[in-house]
Design a protein around this ligand. Structure first.
Ligand code: ZN
Length: 224
């Protein structure tokens, strides 16, 4: 596939947030994104490998938007939050957005969509409406879906055996992308939680355990 550079976003610290789209024009797009939480290198790595593979595949035609790292400042600093100390995944303008943080690491920011990284993403959603958003994170391996993408979650689970969880991951996540996508853009969101790096598991191991499933998904009709 050939990808075009989109006009990059600008982070709190003035860094560019790269984004790419496939060539064909479309009214609906599949989003592949990572690095909402800057310390979750596992998800960034998996998307990076998937993106490299996609660029080599001339027989795949999909309408894709790829954002390799949304929280570029956090990624550079190795922090969950952005340079304002805000958890970008609590900062979306959902019905349940609240200024209260359950824990400091979930700081939702002074107002919904206060952060430039999320404003950038939201602008992309307006210009390139999402059909599904797949957002790579890491925590414990789960496929957490919001909205109508159970089929996609189940498809991937057949390969990686990660548990499939609908909606709530066991605690409230007000202002999350998982809530925002379905509410604002009528787009389902698959939050793809990779397992964490460990002595027994390298970044490449994490890619390898997901490679076949992700490649099969991108070759399937489940993705436009
Ligand atoms: Zn995360």
């Amino acid at each position: 596939m050939h990808f075009l550079d989109l006009k990059p976003g600008i982070s709190v610290e003035g860094d560019e947030i790269a984004a790419f789209r496939s060539e064909e024009k479309s009214n609906e797009w599949t989003y592949l994104m990572a690095g909402t939480h800057g310390d979750e290198v596992e998800g960034v790595y998996v998307l990076q490998k998937l993106f490299e593979w996609l660029k080599e595949k001339d027989d795949i035609k999909k309408n894709l938007i790829v954002i390799p790292v949304l929280n570029v400042d956090g990624y550079r600093a190795g922090t969950r939050t952005n340079a304002h100390g805000v958890d970008l995944n609590r900062n979306y303008a959902t019905e349940s957005w609240s200024a209260e943080a359950r824990e400091p690491k979930y700081n939702p920011g002074p107002s919904a969509l206060s952060e430039p990284e999320n404003v950038f993403l939201d602008k992309l959603f307006k210009k390139y409406p999402p059909k599904i958003i797949i957002s790579f994170h890491s925590w414990k391996p789960i496929l957490n879906y919001n909205g109508d993408c159970e089929e996609v979650a189940n498809f991937l689970a057949r390969y990686n055996n990660y548990p499939v969880i609908k909606d709530d991951i066991g605690y409230p996540t007000p202002g999350s992308l998982g809530d925002y996508g379905p509410q604002k853009y009528n787009s389902p969101v698959l939050t793809f939680e990779c397992p964490p790096l460990s002595d027994d598991k390298s970044l490449n191991d994490i890619w390898e355990e997901n490679k076949v499933g992700l490649q099969a998904l991108l070759n399937s009709d489940l993705i436009i």
